[in-house]
Design a protein around this ligand. Sequence first.
Ligand code: PXP
Length: 238
Amino acid sequence: MTRLAINVDHVATVRQARLGAEPDPVTAAAIAELAGAQGIVVHLREDRRHIQDRDVEVLKRTVKTRLNLEMAATREIVQIALKLVPDMVTLVPEKRQELTTEGGLDVIVHEDALAGVIKLFHEADMAVSLFINADPKQIKTAHRLHADFVELHTGTFAEAKTFTARQDEFERLVDAAKLTKKLGMGVHAGHGVDYRNILWLREIEEIEEFSIGHAVIARAVLVGLDQAVREMIALINK
Ligand code: PXP
């Protein structure tokens, strides 16, 4: 069975809009697990725009499936990961101005720096995933770096404007997934996966796990709104 890991960053985004305590991404993670999600993902960004250090600390103690810490390989965040020891880390590129992760990590350009960081994570018993574009050169470098998993960036596929462009990107993902598996690494995929394009992506048998945030949290807001309004109407009217 293909696994689903839920990214709960957006729950923290709503909480941070009021700098309060709710909604709590820790509660959201528990609900996702009760619904059958096989993993929980959070991105501790350098600017702490959504997930806070406290969230990762509490999730480390409460997640029953697998906690995947998405992170940039910066000194501060690497130290936090080494202290908290999540089940796995996914290394991503990070820019302060971006709305969300833009593109995969260039593991060729950063090979030397990444080699040291990956060694530290492996020594601390954490699995390492590299979020990269569906490019054979990047995948071969990930293999040389002893990555346990490659997370294929599905954003370009998800955002393709025409059917032909989407088909081209899909083929690229198929080839990338096959190469990743052939090299002995686990295949994850994520970014922009939604309730429509999953019908394509689920056909790629090599993909073991999808990491999905936006589409699921966005849907939860809408499908949950009916009940939330009814509950408030009931309270207003005693
Ligand atoms: N995988 C990675 C590496 C990401 O950076 C993100 C976005 O935080 C996701 C998956 C989830 O993407 P989305 O929110 O579009 O489902």
